[in-house]
Design a protein around this ligand. Structure first.
Ligand SMILES: [Zn+2]
Length: 175
């Protein structure tokens, strides 16, 4: 697995089955997005302990440190796997390399826009300066938008307003 790219579904069959179950868990703050869409889900492994018990290890990376949704996501992953018969589930939080919006899948960005949140534009630059492009209004697709407040309903988002249709909207910031 390459470090700073979109996570790849494991090729091992048992691990892929566990991945598919974990991938159904949604982000509590943006319920249209799964943790796979967001790129939070990094890896799954399944080991047989020799006595017929499947031990699942799920690796997730929080969207930002101290994200309060992480405990919920962790519990939801355990619950989702338990409901499919995996009783021994270990959720491993990996903070480094840090999550960036580059890990969000294209499908995830499309769902975000449908939901009325402008997806992150541009790439998270390697340096301290994050390069953002014009933010597109999710309602009318105008690029004539401006930031109202740096911090919206959560610290991942900024509040924008469209100068064309006058609608305010959330923008998922490039991180
Ligand atoms: Zn608009």
């Amino acid at each position: 697995m390459s470090e700073s790219t979109v996570a790849i579904r494991p090729s091992d069959q048992a691990a892929a089955e566990a991945w598919d179950i974990a991938a159904t868990v949604c982000d509590p703050e943006i319920p249209v997005l799964t943790i796979e869409d967001l790129g939070i889900l990094r890896d799954t492994t399944v080991d047989d302990d020799g006595a017929g018990t499947q031990r699942v290890k799920v690796t997730i990376t929080p969207t930002y440190s101290g994200c309060p949704a992480m405990d919920t996501i962790r519990d939801d992953v355990v619950t989702a796997l338990a409901s499919k018969g995996y009783q021994d589930v270990d959720v491993n939080l990996v903070l480094s390399p840090a999550w960036t919006t580059d890990w969000m899948t294209d499908a995830g960005k499309a769902k975000l826009e449908e939901y009325g949140i402008a997806p992150p534009t541009g790439k998270a630059a390697a340096g301290p300066v994050k390069v953002g492009l014009s933010v597109k209004c999710p309602q009318c697709s105008s690029l004539n938008t401006r930031e109202l407040t740096r911090f919206g309903s959560t610290s991942c988002k900024a509040l924008y307003v469209c100068q064309e249709c006058k609608e305010p909207f959330d923008y998922f910031k490039v991180l």
